[in-house]
Design a protein around this ligand. Sequence first.
Ligand code: PLP
Length: 395
Amino acid sequence: MINRQMYELGSHRSTIREIFEYGNQRAAIVGRENVLDFSLGNPNVPAPDEVRQAILAEAAGDPVAIHGYTSAPGAPDVRRTLADSLNRRFGTDYTGDSLYLTAGAAAALMCAFRALACEGDEFVVFAPFFPEYKMFIESGAGAKCVLVPPSIEDFQIDFDAFAQRVSEHTKAVVINSPNNPSGAVYSEQTIRRLAAFLREKENEYGHPIYLISDEPYREIVYDNVTIPFVPNYYDDTIVCYSYSKSLSLPGERIGYVLVPPKAADSADLYAAVCGAGRALGYVCAPSLFQRVAARCADLTSDIAVYRTNRDLLYSGLTEMGYTCVKPEGAFYLFPRTLEADDRAFCERAKKYDLLLVPGSDFGAPGHMRISYCVKTETVEKALPLFKKLAEEYKI
Ligand code: PLP
């Protein structure tokens, strides 16, 4: 007598986890250095040294305070510091009362979905997308996840396909820029057009349509690309943020939900986010790392290795004949596979101990995700193998 849906979720590993486990098995046979594992999005650059210093400084303080519960939305001084950091960088005027600290972006998203979802509601998601969205929306919040097919030329938004999927049932639209898995960054033009479209639909249906902006990669961008700060373009935005990638702290579980005061029904929405956190048993975000995040809010890990890896992979693969949109952010490349069946292609790559994730997992068949948060030597070793793989398709 157990919940079947939860049983299914818990007993089937995600493809990414399967590949990771397969990599461990291969490592035992051929040696770790010969397994070219591009499957996981686990940052390989260390957290900035200031994180270590912040931990040491906090650890020297009152242990009861460091390890104790904080108020459910997070320690008030921490929230104020994080709001000030946003205000400095994005010209906003938030107070700590707009922030609800969470155990990473995953918990932030769950709080947002649960806070919003009512019977019959739909959440629109653009492919390619972080696979957990579908599970969070459907199994976590009991709502419907509506998928918009990808615009594979540039991974911006296909507005015609989007318009067909927005209806009076649309409660929120989820965006993720810089994107996992494509590395694409939504241009200012895309954000403006999206905002204008949503405003028009809000007027037409007579209710708010929230824009949930999932931004764990906000600071990981290349070539001086600027990321539009979404609440400055569309009032009804909810931001889900995480320090997992920007400070290389995925295991520490720290992030937040931002409910800007200009968002429709913002006070009630913020209360509902708090209520969702309560219903989900989150209690409060990790205490020590709330304080560490406050001390390091303006910092980002050194992303030079990611940039090097992106450049090597992008130029190497495109020269070999692979087709790929050049990623401007995050640490993923999302080329087309050399056969339509992306799962078959990724299986074939395993022959060379190249571990890649099929695009089908992200709602974009015919692609593969290469997660390049790895040592540059791994990329250098992999390139000739990508070439051999490509040659198999030329015969
Ligand atoms: N959203 C996206 C797009 C991600 O890629 C990830 C993690 O890889 C998350 C959310 C969850 O991140 P966190 O570790 O902060 O829960």
